[in-house]
Design a protein around this ligand. Sequence first.
Ligand SMILES: C[S@@+](CC[C@H](N)C(=O)[O-])C[C@H]1O[C@@H](n2cnc3c(N)ncnc32)[C@H](O)[C@@H]1O
Length: 225
Amino acid sequence: MPCTCCEPPASGDYEGMFDTEWASKEADAYVRDGLEARAERLIAYLLENCTGPLRVLDIGSGAGGVHHELLRRGLADSAVAVEASSAYIAAAREIGERLGQDSQVHYVHGDFTTAAAVIDSAEVVILDRVICCYPHLKELLGASVNKAERYLALSYPRERWWVRLAFGLFNVYLKIKRKDFRTFVHPHSDVHSIAERNGLEPVHAETVGFWQITVYERVSSGSIA
Ligand SMILES: C[S@@+](CC[C@H](N)C(=O)[O-])C[C@H]1O[C@@H](n2cnc3c(N)ncnc32)[C@H](O)[C@@H]1O
């Protein structure tokens, strides 16, 4: 019989964790300062090596800085953003309206692992700090990889003791605050094997602070859905 106290949660309370207050802080920071260094580096390889316009799928898009910037800088001409937090979708939509991008972005509220069935594939799929917020790597990354026609750009926590410590301490804080949400440092070998098994190979890797950035390119058809 599985030990239920050690089983990962089915998912997490994304509405409670990424609420209106959290989303407006992130949105204000993006409007004031632009993309954080990690997100800027996440899209740098694409900006330097691809010609657009491309279709983008931004999974767990948060306040939407990444797809807003790809549209603003002309690498993308359309984006679908899938987000489990409705406050984040409202914040991203508001910024998009201010930037005159509202007709270019389609927002979908929900868990991507269940929404994936009705989401089209895209030339570029982005998950910026998302797989670390979801317990079931195989389900989330597997569904995401299948949507990547050309590129998959990921940021996720580095496998360093001090990163694990920080994420562990944050989880203790969340537990004390009785939040139904946890963070996860998934093994990089699992990330790579899911991507490679599905026809992608890494073309760029770098680290920024706590974060590993890896950009994969499709080398074989895999199973694009
Ligand atoms: C730490 S935030 C990052 C937001 C944004 N990508 C950024 O880097 O600013 C993680 C986001 O992923 C979303 N998320 C996590 N798992 C998800 C899933 N399975 N489907 C859709 N959204 C998900 C959460 O709701 C949350 O908004």
